[in-house]
Ligand binder design. Structure first.
Ligand code: PLP
Length: 387
């Protein structure tokens, strides 16, 4: 085929790659894990695919990691990140409790019920994590692995991650972090000693509510080989089409997320000034219990683009009524959608979704989009006035 003067990596939909002769076939199979980036070593798209590798290289640049691997969802990346550490003997893993509900369900249904992993769970108290209690639990439970989310969902608790990683490393505990909410623009956990990093790329990295994907990043070659092998054997590979679209959308990730953080910060301050609102959960507000960690880690680049808020009222019924009215008013402009990180502002009622865990009557979670701040300010100020 003639060379085309295009700067893009083509969308290779091949399921298998032309290996030419016996010699080359032998080399490709022998080198598959040692040199997975060599162009002549592509074998089969479930193993590696050049369009997917191009997107993975783009992610390495953004995350400043040695390697990145793509999956068909954030959950598939989580499954890999944990499964590659599972040993034949006893496995003792420590999880923060304030993590994505799907991950907690995976821990219960897959890790505990089906695989017999021994787990311990560490909860926040008063909107923050007590490091002393965490280290005491590390010493008592003696886990091989620690898993947490840098910014929790939906209460947006920022973990004191530098100290937590240090304490884990002193005890030779593997650290796996889901950084979906802060995303690489705010903090890069691998640079501070985390072993593996997960993103639901479905959220800010893809950012348009139109791709489901997961990413795993790391610096250790051994972990990369384990993760490639596990992905190949379980078939958790992203499609080349989704990888191609993700690669394009990554070009605007930083400007999108910057704008989203900026608007969210201004909106959080606007909400915190309103007497119609009882509580605003946003790590960029000085009264947030983990504000100091957010400042330390994010260095004022931003504080994330998620805001949770609870409406004021003399009792729970009034709070719920105010919240419902507010949602009705903003529904003329924004959608109630159970996801986050879209370019458009979307929202979710907290009590309905997290009734057992976060029973805040009359509270919503906002995922702030890239709309002009003045537009958002007008809609939300008007809605506050009307309730
Ligand atoms: N991690 C976090 C923090 C999430 O919020 C989600 C989904 O909402 C996931 C992981 C799972 O990602 P996915 O839906 O792409 O499988």
């Amino acid at each position: 085929m003639d060379m085309i003067n295009s700067k893009k990596t083509p969308l290779y939909r091949d399921t298998g790659f032309f290996l030419e002769n016996n010699e080359r076939t032998k080399k490709a199979f022998a080198d598959e894990l040692n040199h997975p980036h060599e162009p002549e070593n592509y074998i089969y798209s479930r193993y590696r695919n050049p369009t997917i590798v191009a997107t993975e290289k783009h992610l390495c640049k953004i995350e400043k990691s040695e390697w990145a691997l793509l999956y068909q969802s954030g959950m598939a990346a989580i499954d890999t990140a944990l499964s590659i550490f599972q040993q034949a003997g006893e496995n003792r893993w420590l999880f923060f409790s304030d993590i994505y509900g799907g991950t907690n369900a995976y821990i219960d249904e897959v890790l505990i019920k089906r695989r017999g992993i021994k787990t311990a769970h560490f909860s926040s108290e008063n909107g923050t994590y007590d490091l002393q209690k965490l280290t005491a639990l590390m010493d008592e439970f003696k886990p091989q692995l620690l898993y947490f989310e840098l910014v929790s969902n939906p209460m947006l608790i920022v973990a004191n991650a530098k100290r937590i990683i240090n304490e884990a490393k002193k005890r030779e505990i593997i650290v796996v972090i889901d950084n979906t909410f802060a995303s690489p623009y705010l903090w890069k956990p691998l640079m501070f000693g985390a072993d593996l990093l997960i993103h639901s790329a479905t959220k800010y990295l893809a950012g348009h509510g139109s791709i489901t994907a997961g990413v795993l990043c790391g610096n250790s070659k051994k972990l990369m080989q384990d993760a490639i092998e596990y992905r190949k054997l379980t078939g958790n590979m992203i499609s080349p089409d989704d990888a191609y679209r993700l690669n394009e959308q990554l070009h605007t990730y930083t400007i999108r997320f910057k704008q989203q953080c900026d608007s969210a910060n201004k909106l959080a301050h606007l909400f915190s000034r309103s007497e119609k609102i009882e509580k605003v959960f946003y790590p960029g507000l000085q009264n947030h219990p983990t504000y100091e960690y957010a400042v330390d880690l994010f260095e004022h680049r931003g504080f994330g683009a998620m805001i949770s808020l609870q409406f004021a009222g003399k009792d729970d019924t009034e709070k719920r009524n105010k919240c419902n009215l507010f949602m009705d008013i903003i529904s003329e402009h924004f959608y109630l959608i159970p996801t986050l990180g879209d370019v458009e502002t979307i929202f979710l009622p907290i009590e309905t979704v997290w009734a057992d865990k976060y029973p805040y009557p009359g509270a919503i979670r906002l995922s702030v989009g890239i709309e002009e701040f003045e537009y958002l300010e007008k809609i939300f100020s008007n809605a506050l006035e009307k309730i």
